[in-house]
Design a protein around this ligand. Structure first.
Ligand code: GTA
Length: 326
């Protein structure tokens, strides 16, 4: 009974979001705009499979694209209820086996229902290749002093470029994907779909809010003075998602990563129930908790010991080992 109510609710959310999306495509905005491009992958030469998952139906591949290092991520997307009629009528079926009341088939779907979400990072740095490589992780314990003496000097030299963030803030990229914008220089932010979300279904909804203010690297930089910014993102982000996708706050997981990959403050908005990569307790800090912690102690994130996982060949892990902290 509860399941069927939940399913009905999901269906309704999906239909509403689809109508909103179609409205956007007809002039109200441009969420989900697609651009035809040539097959840039026809020249891709595989070097190595970095990781793959039969359960998540994805594969991360390192290779060369026009002599440059590249990482390609291929991911099968969920089957959508609104495409079922077309799937049943437009596909061909090949029988694999039949036994009593049981039979299995290989269904060949029409191409438009058989798409693979593809992410290309090119040129990819050594750090990207390591990031996507399946590796053993270790939990690190970072005191406030460790942050100052080990982590901060390392991230100042070694972190991923945030050029893609500046491109978004300067409307040089993804401007047509912005869902909400608050232009205030101190508490303002941009809300847009994360590039892990193909926006085809609400089930794996994933947006990020990026602060306009530059120079706030992560949780560790936050003090009580940032409360208006965090409260603004929390409140207006939830409202914008309700308005655009009809998804209420009670269906959202709103959090920050520590450590993040990109040191420009951003907040993740994902649908509750969707196991987004990095939503586990060892990495995700709920924005609601962050706000409360700063309200009770303005220096909370400067002084507390924070825990996070690092992969075995992460340079920061070596620094912790060298300092005898692991
Ligand atoms: N809109 O250009 C971008 C862009 N980039 C470069 C990153 N993001 C972007 N969004 C837009 N445009 O959620 C998004 C990322 C991420 C957020 C940064 O910004 O998708 P973070 O700083 O906390 O870094 O967040 P995080 O979470 O480590 O990064 P990321 O890339 O999500 O990696 C976490 C793990 O997720 C990876 O190790 C990998 O296992 C998995 N993963 C990454 N990308 C994909 C993918 N495309 N498909 C499936 N799994 C993925």
């Amino acid at each position: 009974m509860a399941d069927s109510a939940a399913k009905h609710e999901t269906d309704e959310l999906y239909q509403k979001a689809k109508r909103a999306k179609s409205d956007n495509e007809n002039g109200g905005g441009e969420v989900g705009k697609e651009i035809e491009c040539g097959n840039i992958l026809s020249e891709f030469k595989t070097t190595k499979v970095l990781s793959d998952s039969a359960r998540e139906k994805n594969i991360f591949i390192h290779g060369k694209l026009a002599d440059q290092d590249a990482v390609i991520i291929l991911e099968k997307t969920p089957i959508r209820e609104d495409t079922l009629a077309e799937l049943f009528t437009g596909s061909t079926l090949k029988l694999e086996m039949k036994n009593d009341i049981y039979s299995t088939y290989r269904l060949q779907a029409p191409p438009q229902l058989n798409e693979i979400k593809t992410t290309v990072v090119c040129p990819a740095t050594e750090k990207h290749i390591k990031k996507y490589q399946r590796q053993e992780s270790f939990l690190v314990e970072e005191t406030g002093a460790d942050y100052q003496s080990i982590t901060l000097p390392y991230i100042q030299k070694q972190s991923f470029s945030v050029q893609w963030v500046y491109n978004i803030l300067e409307k040089k990229a993804e401007a047509d994907r912005i869902v909400f914008e608050d232009p205030d220089p101190t508490v303002g932010f941009l809300l847009l779909p994360d590039f892990k979300w193909d926006q085809k279904q609400i089930d794996d909804l994933y947006l990020i809010a990026i602060t306009l203010e530059r120079g706030i690297r992560s949780l560790r930089d936050l003090t009580q003075e940032h409360l208006p910014l965090l409260q603004n993102i929390f409140q207006k982000g939830k409202e914008a998602i309700l308005q655009r996708y009809q998804l209420p706050a009670s269906k959202l997981r709103v959090y920050l990563h520590y450590q993040p990959s990109y040191y420009h403050l951003h907040v993740h908005f994902t649908k509750l129930g969707y196991e987004a990569p990095g939503c586990g307790v060892e990495r995700a800090h709920l924005l609601a908790d962050v706000i409360q912690n700063l309200q009770s102690d303005p220096e909370y994130y400067k002084t507390r010991t924070l825990y996070f996982p690092l992969r075995v060949d992460d340079g920061l892990l070596s620094k912790y080992k060298e300092a005898g902290r692991l």
